[in-house]
Structure formats: C-alpha cells, structure tokens
Design a protein around this ligand. Structure first.
Ligand SMILES: NC(=O)c1ccc[n+]([C@@H]2O[C@H](COP(=O)([O-])OP(=O)(O)OC[C@H]3O[C@@H](n4cnc5c(N)ncnc54)[C@H](O)[C@@H]3O)[C@@H](O)[C@H]2O)c1
Length: 324
C-alpha cells in the first residue's frame, strides 16, 4: 500500500509512518517541521520505502501528484497545542481549514479515490458535563467563542469538509476524533501535560498543574492510536464516518501528577498554577473529557495494549536515558 502522511514528522504522524513501514508499505511524509522534528523520522530516512518532503501543504506544488500516488492518506498536519492556539488564533483557523480543504480538493482532482483519514479532536465536544462523549451528541460552542476555541472550530470545519467531500465527490473518508494521545516523541513544548510532568519529575523539579488539577482526561498510547487509525481507515466510507479514538479510563490531572512522581520515585512537589499564570491569559478549560469507545469497538477489533502506567514507565525510562 502507498501511504501519504501530512504532518508525518509530528508525534502521531511519525508513529503512523513507523507502523506502515513495518508492514512493508511505502510511506511519503510531508511536513513543514513547524512543530514536527526531523529527529522523529530520522530512523526511517535511509529506508527505500520512505520518502520525506519538507513543505507546507498550503503551498506545496506537488500535492496533487503525491495525493494521486496514495492508496491511503492520513491528514495529521495542523497547528496544535494550547500555547500555539492562544498565541496564533487566526493561524489555527486559517491553516487547519485551508490545509484540509486543499488536500480534499487535490483528491478530487486526482480522480482516484484513496482512503482519507482526517485527524479531528475531542475538543470539538466543547465543555460537556461528566459524561462519556459519544459521536451522536450535539457539540457545544460558546457564542462569540474566545480564540481558545478556534482549534475546536477549525477541527469541526475539517469534519464538515470531510463529510461534504465524501458525499459530494464519492471519496472514502473517516474522521478520527482523537482524545489525549501520549507516548514517545511527544513534546511538552506546546502545552502537552504528560511529557512535561515526566521531565519535571525526572529532574526533581515541581510538577506544574494548571488550574485546580481536578480536571480529568483519558489518555491513550500512540501505539494503540495508530493501530486504531489503520483499522478505522478500512471503514472509510463515501458517507463519511466519524469515530472517537481514545481509551475510556479517566484520571484527574492532580492524580496524574501524583502517579508520575510515584513511578519516577521522585522528590518533586506539585505546584498548582492558575490558567492566567500558565498561559498568560484567561483560559476556559474542559473539566472532563472521556470518550465513549462503543462505536470504535463496534467498528474495529483492536483493543488497547498499553495501560497508562506502562506508557509512563516507558516514557520515564526514555527521559532518564536522555538526561544522563
Ligand atoms: N496528540 C493529541 O493528543 C491529539 C489530540 C487530538 C487531535 N490531535 C490531532 O492529531 C494531529 C497530529 O497531532 P500531533 O499531536 O502529532 O501534533 P504534532 O504537532 O506533533 O503534529 C502535527 C504536524 O503537522 C505539521 N504541520 C503543521 N502545519 C503544517 C503545514 N501547513 N504543512 C505541513 N505540515 C504541517 C507539524 O510540523 C507537525 O509535524 C493533529 O491534527 C492534531 O490536531 C492530536
């Protein structure tokens, strides 16, 4: 199979590349390295089945050609991370929406119908109550939404584009609403909590919990995510399928911090910081975020193989090796 991955030098995209190369597939990654890193794909650069193009997909003139080559496209490229969303709210909207539309338009021009997997986000659900979030529920967007919600709005627009292109042009599309994904190669630089906590604990620094720490999340290991995405792609349909991709074990951020400290055996303390101090502006967090995995498990056979503890132990070992 020929696999094109936009944003393939990023965290999840590089794991998709690794997974498909291991299956013997040919993989073409396009990435502008805005948040992705060459080191994420360095191990594959000598693989004859692997190709990397450093380009912005908004302007890349070879996009039509690359899309025409592919049997499957994972559209992972996006402006991501709370710090970037708050710093560049217009860019989030403009890039994320335009990139997805340009990609889908290229698929139509190609005349060939590859499976298209579009990375959406659990953020589209908005601030719901303490319920398992399921694909059929109405989504919440605050009127006059502050720029913090631009990321969710951009992902919702991508979903609408994906569904519309699927139905109007007969392109098999699946939209993956990704929940908090963790694992090797994720950087804490743009606001991701687990890599930040692990590094702080290994260094014996205080773990900085933003907000009161009672907000909860459900984490999935990226190595499970890529298997889910591969199996979901096989259900891509010209109706457009929307499906959560995550695990449904919830943990509060405070308890996550305690767990990391305990597993590291660290002397670190926990430092709570209000959102304004953390982000430099007011921020409306989502109190709880847990997926319903019912639809996911109806569609695919894969079941998670990584517990949060196992992922943390793996990350701790990697950070320890880097820091010594
Ligand atoms: N990691 C998560 O927990 C999570 C949760 C929900 C959704 N997602 C979505 O999954 C996708 C991948 O996220 P990630 O965590 O791997 O983030 P990431 O930042 O590591 O990956 C995104 C990649 O896209 C690239 N990119 C951005 N704009 C580009 C452009 N215009 N042209 C080419 N490349 C571009 C970046 O350089 C980066 O390598 C994103 O669409 C993100 O919104 C991730």
């Amino acid at each position: 199979m020929h696999v094109l991955i936009t944003g393939g030098a990023g965290f999840i995209g590089s794991h998709l590349a690794e997974y498909h190369l291991a299956l013997g597939d040919k993989v073409h990654v396009v990435d502008d390295l805005s948040t992705g890193q060459l080191s994420n794909i360095a191990p594959f650069l000598d693989d004859p089945h692997f190709r990397f193009t450093e380009q912005d997909i908004l302007t890349w003139c070879e996009l039509d050609h690359a899309v025409g080559w592919a049997d499957r496209i994972y559209h992972m490229a996006a402006v991501v991370g709370v710090f970037r969303v708050l710093a560049e709210p217009i860019k989030v909207l403009a890039t994320n929406i335009a990139a997805c539309e340009r990609l889908l338009r290229a698929v139509v021009h190609g005349g060939w119908r590859p499976q298209v997997v579009i990375a959406s986000s659990s953020e589209v659900y908005g601030p719901q109550g303490r319920v398992a979030l399921h694909e059929g529920m109405p989504l919440l967007i605050t009127p006059g939404a502050p720029p913090r919600w631009n990321y969710a709005i951009s992902k919702l627009a991508d979903e609408a584009l994906g569904i519309s292109y699927a139905r109007q042009h007969g392109i098999p599309v699946v939209i993956a609403r990704l929940f908090n994904t963790v694992g090797p190669r994720q950087t804490g630089r743009y606001g991701m909590v687990v890599p930040r906590f692990v590094r702080q604990a290994v260094r014996g620094e205080p773990l900085t919990v933003f907000g009161d720490g009672l907000q909860s999340r459900a984490f999935i290991d990226v190595r499970d995510t890529v298997r889910y995405l591969d199996q979901l792609a096989q259900h891509a349909s010209t109706e457009g399928v929307i499906c959560n991709v995550g695990r449904d074990d919830e943990i509060t951020i405070e308890n996550l911090a305690r767990k990391v400290i305990e597993r590291v055996g660290s002397t670190s303390t926990i430092l709570t910081m209000d959102y304004e101090a953390a982000y430099g502006q007011a921020y409306e967090d989502i109190p709880h975020r847990r997926p319903s995995v019912r639809k996911l498990h109806e569609l695919v056979e894969h079941r998670p193989t990584w517990t949060l503890d196992a992922t943390l132990d793996d990350l701790i070992a990697r950070v320890r090796a880097e820091e010594t």
